[in-house]
Write a protein that binds this ligand. Structure first.
Ligand SMILES: [Zn+2]
Length: 440
């Protein structure tokens, strides 16, 4: 009953000759064969091949397609009753195929398509395809005794590049050049250990080669991986290359084979504003007296995920009047970190839990002594509290001598491609030109 269509083609597969793929039935479009008689003179008339258009594995040409969105108050039965389907069929689909897809799970705002035939000038649905996500779909076969099965759109990965000068923020710089918010998040993760994105300098720029996922060839359904990047910051290029050699490495490295990953994340959140720095002589805004601030406050909206900045063991997940809900993580004999004022803990976080770097341990709140939603991040080195922003923290292992040559031969062509990307020209803004035009 359940047919799961899963055709994920990588860029590599696309280089296989079309004929082979065609024989495998991968393409729904048929490539005409070369004419057999090579001695033919004059214009060769190729056989006319009609393209069989398929959508969701169904032949499009045989039906009238009606695209729609699940409306408020609409149900599976009232959609199909409008398309000539009787209660018996609706009931059978809703009960017999409940394990494949429960029709009560249709959600407002999701797309569906009716494959209809005209019968006595009435449109009669033969199939209904419901799309719970960009990639997944559910086919309701309304012919004969009915059937329901799940499918996935064929996802193709394309390599894309983007570059730009950063005038205000990296986020806006990427968006200006047509990048997506997801790309900005990915880039900030690649450089989470290296660059403080809130200290962007004039003249900083970025160049990226990344993967984007497409369905039906043109509809973008999200980001793949960033394959290579140059983040030019403060007059220096910070390169990163995704290296996966199937055995030892699966990570980002720079042009020398050094890891971009450090033992600690720069911050326990992705996007934030530092609202109060480590300060042993700070005036406390709630207590109205000088009280040392032995942490760094990161302001962020209520509910923002808080990550453990390194691997370790949770040694406390508790509540006190001052700290509110807090988590304390012991990383090794040297380092311990603590995260205060959480609205709640992440699922499974309790004393004794093991966490990996970047794991979500809780969510931003303002429990305990806090004036607004933020996380107070505290950092211990050998038992004393220090300012993590002033620590020279250890880096992860670089690529070893055994592998460095194969890394270089992988990385160098990528680096050449990144270096060859041109920066878009900025709009010329010469004040003299503007004044001249005003005075003429
Ligand atoms: Zn604090």
């Amino acid at each position: 009953m359940q047919r799961k269509v899963k055709l994920i083609l990588s860029v590599l597969v696309l280089s296989i000759p079309l004929v082979i793929l065609n024989n495998l039935g991968v393409f729904d479009r048929f490539v005409p064969e070369e004419p057999q008689n090579s001695e033919k003179q004059g214009p060769v008339s190729l056989p006319v091949v009609k393209e069989v258009q398929m959508k969701y594995g169904l032949p499009v040409d045989s039906f009238e397609l009606i695209d729609n969105v699940i409306d408020n108050g609409e149900s599976f039965s009232n959609i199909l009753l409008n398309f000539g389907i009787d209660y018996a069929m609706i009931h059978r689909i809703a009960t017999e195929f409940k394990d494949v897809f429960d029709v009560r799970n249709l959600r407002i705002g999701k797309d569906y398509t009716i494959f209809a035939e005209n019968s006595d000038s009435v449109k009669v649905a033969r199939y209904m395809v419901y799309k719970p996500s960009a990639i997944d779909y559910v086919v309701f076969d309304l012919r004969d005794t009915g059937n329901v099965y799940l499918g996935e759109e064929e996802v193709r990965i394309k390599e894309k590049s983007i570059s730009g000068v950063i005038n205000s923020s990296l986020y806006e710089g990427l968006l200006e050049q047509g990048g997506s918010p997801a790309l900005a998040v990915e880039l900030s993760k690649v450089y989470a250990w290296t660059i403080d994105f809130f200290r962007i300098q004039p003249g900083d720029y970025f160049k990226l080669i990344y993967e984007e996922k497409f369905i039906q060839d043109t509809i973008s359904v999200g980001m793949g991986r960033i394959l290579a990047a140059d983040f030019h910051h403060n007059g220096r290029s910070f390169y990163s290359f995704w290296y996966d050699n199937d055995t030892t490495y699966r990570d980002y490295f720079d042009e020398e084979g050094r890891s971009l990953r450090k033992a600690f994340l720069k911050a326990p959140l992705d996007f934030f504003r530092i609202s109060s720095r480590f300060n042993p002589r700070r005036f406390h805004p709630v207590l109205k007296r000088v009280k040392p601030h032995l942490g760094t406050d990161y302001a962020a909206p209520h509910g923002t995920p808080i990550m453990s900045t390194a691997d370790g063991e949770v040694i406390a997940a508790a509540y006190t009047r001052g700290n509110g809900n807090y988590v304390k993580v012991r990383h090794n004999s040297t380092y311990t970190t603590q995260y205060l004022h959480m609205s709640k803990f992440a699922k499974g976080i309790k004393k004794g839990s093991r966490v990996r770097q970047g794991d979500i341990i809780g969510y931003v709140g303002s429990t305990g002594l806090a004036t607004g939603p933020h996380v107070c991040y505290r950092f211990w080195v050998n038992g004393s509290q220090v300012d993590p922003l002033r620590q020279d923290l250890p880096e992860a292992e670089p690529i070893t001598e055994d592998y460095i040559e194969s890394y270089r031969s992988f990385m160098n062509p990528l680096k050449d491609r990144i270096d060859a990307l041109e920066l878009p020209l900025e709009e010329p803004e010469d004040p003299k030109v503007r004044l001249a035009s005003l005075h003429s």
